[in-house]
Design a protein around this ligand. Structure first.
Ligand code: IPE
Ligand code: IPE
Ligand code: MG
Length: 236
């Protein structure tokens, strides 16, 4: 393990918005799904790298609550990519001691995919290595609304609602907030990703389109992170 991974809290939590697959495909004059397939390959590579680096939690944005606005063809293509990924690669994740979690409102996904998600999560639940959270039909606002609803259903009183209680009702319960948030593809926005959890996260943006994102660039970002001063509202 490299020295910078051990330093400070680097080994904790990295979140990634894997953006730019469509443009990557367009540049190659290929359909958008060709870009998404290439994106899955990059994702698999990055998972291995992060797990080898000793990162504790990796959270990736795969499909947002807003992505349903895309064509039927693209949406069903993305869903079938997710299903194929789970079917083919969960065994490998399991071998690498990774804990897989899907975050988001999975009740809106088709029944086969939901079943595969539950099977994959159950298979890896007892592992002790990196936690891999894949955000599927995830939206930060939906997550908060869902948390509030569940707190009400559980009959919580106003006085019982603290940051800690709310945290416990989020899809990301039990994991620390992200230390770094990386967005590829050039856009500089959150697009409804981890709104609550990113309160004090350090952001990194790159023009690189997701299928081209490399180990080298990730290492450079991690290195740059070590230079940042996290003050959390205090004075150095
Ligand atoms: C990100 O790539 C992947 C998903 C949203 C599923 P895009 O599909 O948004 O790619 P661009 O932004 O159009 O290039
Ligand atoms: C964010 O990318 C969602 C994912 C990467 C899954 P989008 O491409 O959907 O975001 P916008 O539309 O540019 O904000
Ligand atoms: Mg995009």
């Amino acid at each position: 393990m490299k020295e910078w991974v051990q330093k400070e809290n680097l080994h904790r939590h990295i979140a990634m918005i894997m953006d730019g697959n469509g443009r990557w495909a367009k540049r190659k004059r290929r359909p958008r799904l060709f870009g998404h397939r290439a994106g899955v390959e990059t994702f698999k590579k990055i998972v291995r790298i992060c797990s080898d680096m000793g990162i504790q939690v990796l959270t990736v944005y795969a499909f947002s609550t807003e992505n349903w606005k895309r064509s039927e063809e693209e949406v069903s293509g993305l869903m079938s990519l997710a299903l194929t990924y789970l079917k083919k690669y969960v065994a490998e994740l399991h071998e690498n001691n990774v804990v897989l979690k899907i975050i988001g409102d999975i009740s809106k996904l088709n029944a086969t995919l939901q079943k595969e998600i539950l099977r994959s999560e159950a298979m890896t639940a007892q592992n002790t290595g990196m936690i891999l959270q894949i955000a599927l039909n995830y939206g930060g606002r939906e997550e908060l609304i869902n948390a509030v609803k569940n707190m009400m259903l559980d009959g919580l009183k106003g006085s019982e609602i603290t940051e800690k209680t709310l945290n416990g009702y989020l899809y990301t319960k039990n994991v620390p907030d992200p230390d770094m948030m990386i967005r590829t593809g050039g856009e500089k926005r959150l697009s409804n990703f981890l709104l609550w959890q990113n309160a004090y996260t350090e952001f990194f943006f790159t023009e690189t389109l997701w299928p081209d994102f490399s180990k080298k660039e990730l290492e450079e970002m991690i290195e740059a992170y070590t230079q940042r001063e996290r003050r959390y509202g205090g004075i150095q």
